[in-house]
Design a protein around this ligand. Structure first.
Ligand SMILES: [Zn+2]
Ligand SMILES: [Zn+2]
Length: 307
């Protein structure tokens, strides 16, 4: 599981930071890439990476401000020409469907793959045997969602020696136990999988938030997360400006990470008023509140190993 920052700037493209897009690379886990937001020129950014658009499986849009969605129609369109034939599902606030349908129909864009668009409400918006994704509304003037991606625990390794010592012969039965199934042997004995499996591998939790002021739902979404990605449009000293524009400061992002007991915080959506020399200071400010803080840059990758 890797998080790749395709764009980390606020509001409009700048030389040092493109507008928001974050790729959650789940190549090992499911051979797929999930994208969070697609600001303008996201597909140009992707050209400089090893990310294959045909691998895109899901796209989660936090909110409908242009710096988070203007890159979406172009990206979806190009994917048709790049060998993408598998289904893509786009999740986002009410209005995302109209935006995409109008953009694609007016430009007479015909996708060669199925596109599903789901306008979400708060709650669990996706679940399968591997992952759960939960959404909650933040505080940004227009509906802006935060997403909590929870990987389910994986069953531990099979204790084959212990099974054989109990007189169970290797075969399909081993796979059933490995998959967590209770098995009844021919002699009537019942084998409970938990007695023959090592400790389960804890799933990882990543929280990716849309633009927001400091708010309670951000803390709920980030509870005990291995990584929280939080906007920090402004520095510590611009609290009034942040409030007026429905954004957060470095301190406020760090306060969320601290109260939610996250393991790591990564700041993003950085205003272009701050240049390269200021970035270190922004991280320093956040570290005053939450020490495990980093600042995202375009093309930066964060790996989340198994715990
Ligand atoms: Zn924004
Ligand atoms: Zn916004």
């Amino acid at each position: 599981m890797d998080i790749f920052f395709l764009g980390t700037g606020a509001g409009m493209p700048a030389k040092l930071r493109n507008v928001t897009s974050i790729a959650l690379k789940l190549l090992e886990e499911r051979g797929a890439i999930w994208l969070f937001d697609a600001g303008e020129a996201t597909q140009h950014q992707i050209l400089h990476t090893s990310i294959k658009p045909r691998r895109l499986e899901k796209i989660f849009i936090t909110h409908l401000h242009g710096d988070h969605i203007y890159g979406l129609p172009g990206l979806l369109s190009s994917r048709s020409f790049q060998g993408g034939d598998s289904e893509v599902t786009v999740y986002g606030p009410k209005g995302i469907k109209e935006f995409l349908q109008v953009s694609l129909s007016v430009s007479q864009t015909y996708l060669k793959y199925p596109l599903t668009i789901i306008e979400i409400d708060e709650g669990v918006i996706f679940e399968d045997k591997q992952f759960t994704v939960e959404a909650r509304l933040l505080d940004h003037g227009i509906p802006s969602y935060g997403y909590r991606v929870v990987e389910k625990d994986r069953p531990g390794t099979l204790l084959a020696d212990k099974l054989m010592a109990a007189g169970v012969k290797p075969g399909p039965i081993f796979r059933k136990i490995k998959n967590g199934e209770t098995v009844t042997l021919e002699d009537g004995r019942v084998i409970e999988p938990q007695d023959f499996l090592g400790p389960a591998q804890k799933g990882r939790v990543v929280t990716i938030l849309g633009d927001t002021r400091f708010c309670e739902n951000a803390i709920l979404l980030a509870q005990d997360a291995d990584l929280l990605i939080h906007e920090a449009t402004f520095s510590r000293d611009e609290e009034k400006l942040a409030f007026d524009y429905f954004h957060s400061t470095t301190h406020q992002a760090a306060e969320v990470a601290k109260q939610a007991k996250c393991k790591q915080l990564c700041l993003t959506h950085i205003s272009s008023r701050y240049d390269r020399n200021d970035w270190r200071e922004l991280v320093k400010q956040a570290k005053e509140v939450f020490v495990h803080t980093d600042i995202a840059e375009d093309f930066m990758e964060v790996t989340l190993p198994y715990k």
